[in-house]
Design a protein around this ligand. Structure first.
Ligand code: F6R
Length: 261
């Protein structure tokens, strides 16, 4: 697991976007796993910039989003379908039929989730999965207690997540309490995991995920089990890491990096 700390949110986001660009430049038909939320916004802005100004091409790319709220249609402004269209898809040249976001309106959750898992396999598996982290340490909507082997399913959201989301809805009763989410087991099958986190509100969850035990109580700690995961942080999100200096030292002394004279 690599921990890369940048001083600002924008620098951290640009570094994470570079990972995606590096993949697309070597594998133009890559499969990307995408996240929503406020954290990846600048990462998506940077991908859009690279598309517009550096020719980053998405015509052969396929995407799978981590999750969607149950009960919200694709045109609801708080749905993740809407988020992805507004913040990424409509600004790049990806064919919309190549994009997948779990259905917020399916009545047959079990069949839909089995189809979603199968579709990921049919497309060859996810090359890079982008992740954020919740203040309770969740990845996707795998709330504390979610099995580290869990698969795509309908999940009841934790109270803290419902409260975190309340700011986006007019009335508290409008805040969804269920979501369809990829499972931790599904996420761990991606070839590479890229988690982004910024701000002090994430510092405790980040410290627990990186330096605590692997536990279903902090599902982001499952990244410790993955052979190729990178965690991009800003200074504030990294502020509670005990080994912060060590991570910086490793970055400065990666194998193959030029040695100082
Ligand atoms: C969103 C998702 C969630 C968020 C997490 C952090 O698709 O899977 O796990 O990544 O809740 O959200 P923000 O970035 O808004 O703090």
């Amino acid at each position: 697991m690599e921990v890369v700390v940048h001083s600002t949110y924008d620098e951290m986001s640009a570094a994470a976007a570079k990972e995606v660009a590096k993949l697309l430049n070597t594998k133009p038909n890559a499969v990307l796993g995408l996240a929503t939320g406020s954290t990846p916004l600048a990462l998506y802005k940077e991908l859009i910039r690279m598309h517009k100004h550096e020719g980053l091409d998405f015509t052969q790319v396929t995407t799978f989003n981590l999750d969607e709220y149950c009960g919200l249609s694709a045109d609801h402004e708080q749905s993740y379908h809407y988020f992805m269209r507004e913040n990424l898809f409509k600004h790049i040249n990806i064919p919309l039929q190549n994009t997948h976001v779990p259905s917020g309106t399916t009545r047959n959750h079990e069949a839909f989730c089995a189809w979603y898992e199968n579709r990921i396999k049919e497309c060859g598996g996810i090359d890079i999965q982008i992740l954020g982290i919740g203040s309770d340490g969740h990845i996707a909507f795998n709330e504390p207690g979610s099995s580290l082997g869990s698969r795509t399913r309908i999940k009841t959201l934790a109270k803290v997540t419902i409260d975190d989301n309340a700011r986006f809805f007019d009335k508290p009763e409008d805040v969804p309490i269920y979501a369809i989410t990829m499972g931790v087991g599904t996420i761990l099958e991606a070839r590479k995991l890229v988690l982004v986190a910024n701000g002090e509100s994430k510092a405790d969850a980040i410290a627990a995920a990186i330096e605590g035990s692997v536990t279903s109580m902090i599902t982001a700690s499952a990244l410790q089990l993955h052979p190729d995961s990178v965690i991009f942080l800003d200074d504030a999100a990294a502020s509670k890491l005990k080994l912060r200096e060590y991570y910086d030292w490793i970055q400065a002394n990666k194998p193959g990096a030029p040695r100082p004279e």
